[in-house]
Write a protein that binds this ligand. Structure first.
Ligand code: TMP
Ligand code: ASP
Length: 237
């Protein structure tokens, strides 16, 4: 079933499906990188947690009517997804200040954004994923003006759904990054992953950081934190 390796990124490999041009297999790696690949490590089991957590998130979003590339989890580390061509824009939604916005704009960590902020970054490792505006996004992608507007609206809708999803397991969704892709019918749909690698999640009671910041900022045992998130999600849903 699994065909040739099409692409390898920092956190996942993408495989063809033999005899099937409309689907792909995503294989989650154990590697973690931060600061545009400057900091690197491998954690046995991380791929499994991200696959299983991301699968739960996509199942939940599907139930809420959000279209995505996700079909189903195949095993501990792999997912079957619809084939899309990824739009080279990372869409970040921020509810609370943390990470790069505290450094870029001098906003102290924990400041709340109401309404949430939507930011765009150009997905280009060589350039370090620079922040861009809507006009740059139009220049650098094949998104129409309406499609770009829809992507930003969808990101805010997803923020509402995911804030509820994580709230149920006592986590605050601080911020997160989404990627969108164009499917074979030409529609733009949610793609990539939604996991503690791509979200900031803080425990509602203790404020403990329960996401990749544990690795970025050397705060403790990354695997234990990812396992705890999966356990919370499995206990509820
Ligand atoms: P930032 O504060 O570093 O800009 O990150 C904002 C959110 O986006 C945070 O939840 C982590 C996520 N993110 C990614 O998933 N991939 C990336 O390459 C970066 C820079 C951030
Ligand atoms: N994913 C990015 C990197 O590798 C940045 C990050 O998540 O901090 O390096």
């Amino acid at each position: 079933m699994k065909g040739e390796l099409l692409y390898e990124g920092k956190a996942k490999q993408v495989f063809k499906v033999s005899g099937n041009d409309s689907q792909l297999i995503l294989s989650y790696k154990n590697d973690a990188t931060a600061f545009n690949g400057i900091k690197k490590a491998s954690f046995t089991g991380k791929g499994k947690y991200n696959n299983l957590i991301s699968s739960k998130v996509f199942d939940f979003l599907h139930a809420r009517g959000v279209k995505s590339h996700f079909e189903r989890s195949l095993n501990e580390t792999e997912q079957l997804v619809k084939r899309t061509k990824i739009v080279p824009v990372e869409v970040v939604v921020r509810n609370i200040a943390a990470g790069s916005i505290t450094r870029r704009l001098g906003i102290p960590e924990k400041v709340e954004f109401a309404p949430p902020l939507v930011e765009l970054y150009f997905k280009d490792d060589g350039l370090g994923d620079p922040i861009i505006n809507d006009e740059h996004a139009r220049l650098l992608t094949d998104l129409s003006e309406q499609e770009l507007a829809d992507v930003k609206t969808t990101a805010l809708v997803i923020n509402q759904h995911l804030s509820e999803f994580f709230s149920e397991v006592n986590l605050t969704l601080v911020d997160f990054k989404l990627e969108f892709g164009r499917n074979l019918n030409g529609e733009i749909i949610l793609s990539d992953e939604v996991s503690p690698d791509t979200c900031r999640l803080w425990d509602k009671d203790t404020g403990e950081k329960m996401d990749k910041d544990v690795f970025r900022e050397d705060l403790g045992d990354l695997l234990k934190v990812y396992e705890a998130i999966l356990n919370r999600l499995e206990a509820v849903k």
